[in-house]
Design a protein around this ligand. Structure first.
Ligand SMILES: [Zn+2]
Length: 398
């Protein structure tokens, strides 16, 4: 085998939540696969073949973790105004797999597949919008004409593209479903029925909804996903006294999932802080990166992770929710995503936490001192992807 592609990531803190591994050591990559994990200089014979002719990357002081997975993003470039270029916005910032959350609908899915899924190095999945239009333009809600929810088309597209479509998406905000509560509930029920028929989960955007969050979550099934669990908008997860709503805790106990997609306007330190303090952690940590927010306040998934660590979650808690948990949610675990396993694909991210805290905005007017994690290197199937600089505050780049 040609040894020119062999790599040793040396001396990093290797953290793999899927296996519980957390230790300083070396990771060898041969032929696109993880060949060995441990101590390359300590007589560990599993490193033998990898060491000859391998390029060594010094990772001391950095974290060597599974390639990150972002379960909520918007990457339908060219067709949607919100689509960010997926490899630049994600892969070059440490994320090897993303799920586009409802930018594509049944009528635009063929273009999504050809323009985004197939040519990208990032693995791209979809939560298909229940509106055939998808999210083409934020100014014109995709369900204001409720007849655009065509159950038959959504189910058919999902079944014909089962390698990409892993669920459905509905945005329940008034600018999408209108202000009539009965109409909004009818659309939610129709979307749940689509999920039921296809045997897939439904992701539901909350916040500025015409019906209360209590009424939304009580309808959801185990495995359905509430998007934006730390939104600061009116229908957020906290009740009037600042405690996590009873309806939310009840839904979680039934198996409804909650993800923390940040987005341009759906992440509030004032909600996330108390919720985390009360033990209400997201099941999955997402960025909701889009063309509208990748220059701030979101920037990328790693910045969203950094904010949650600053709010009190541990690095391990955040990492498991950006690796093994989303890989499982998206049906990617069987393909070796979300974990570091000898013999598995070498999807690896190297992160370093910066020393100096920086004031970073949330999406609700708040500010917080955050020690940011920075992506130093991404490997996709063993191939190094050079990182692009953080798109944040220019003065912080040195
Ligand atoms: Zn979104």
């Amino acid at each position: 085998m040609d040894a020119s592609g062999n790599l040793i990531l040396k001396g990093g803190t290797i953290v793999d939540p899927a296996s519980g591994r957390a230790e300083t050591g070396d990771l060898a990559v041969v032929g696109g696969l993880v060949a060995a994990v441990g101590d390359a200089s300590g007589g560990d014979t599993s490193f033998g073949a990898a060491l000859s002719g391998a390029r060594t990357v010094d990772c001391s002081g950095a974290y060597v973790v599974p390639g990150l997975v972002d379960a909520h993003s918007h990457v339908f470039r060219y067709v949607s105004k919100v689509g960010a270029p997926v490899d630049e916005a994600h892969l070059a910032r440490g994320v090897v797999a993303v799920c586009d959350a409802g930018t594509a609908g049944a009528s635009t899915f063929a273009a999504f597949r050809e323009l985004v899924v197939e040519p990208s190095r990032t693995r791209v999945l979809s939560m298909l919008n229940v509106s055939v239009l998808g999210l083409i333009d934020f100014r014109f809600g995709e369900l204001l004409n409720p007849r655009t929810l065509v159950a038959e088309d959504a189910v058919k597209t999902a079944k014909e593209n089962a390698d990409v479509v892993r669920g459905f998406k509905i945005r329940m905000s008034t600018d999408v479903v209108g202000e009539d509560p009965d109409g909004a509930l009818a659309l939610l029920d129709a979307a749940i029925a689509v999920g039921e028929e296809a045997g897939l989960p439904l992701m539901v955007h909350i916040g500025e909804t015409p019906i209360s969050l209590d009424r939304i979550v009580e309808r959801l099934r185990p495995g359905d996903i509430v998007a934006h669990c730390y939104t600061g908008k009116e229908e957020n997860v906290l009740d009037g006294r600042g405690a996590v709503r009873h309806s939310v805790l009840e839904a979680r106990s039934r198996g409804v999932l909650f993800e923390s997609a940040h987005g341009k306007s759906n992440f509030s330190y004032a909600v996330a802080g108390p919720a985390i303090e009360q033990g209400f952690l997201p099941d999955v940590v997402c960025s909701d990166t889009s063309y509208r927010n990748w220059n701030g306040p979101v920037f990328d998934l790693v910045t969203s992770m950094s904010k949650l660590v600053a709010l009190g979650m541990t690095f391990d808690e955040v990492l498991s929710r950006t690796t093994v948990a989303p890989a499982q949610l998206l049906g990617l675990a069987g393909d070796g995503y979300g974990r570091l396993e000898v013999g598995g694909p070498a999807h690896v991210t190297v992160l370093r936490q910066l020393e100096a805290p920086e004031e970073l905005p949330d999406a609700a007017g708040g500010s917080l001192a955050v020690r940011r994690f920075e992506t130093e290197l991404t490997l996709v199937a063993g191939e190094p992807v050079p990182p692009v600089p953080w798109r944040g505050i220019v003065s912080s780049l040195t």
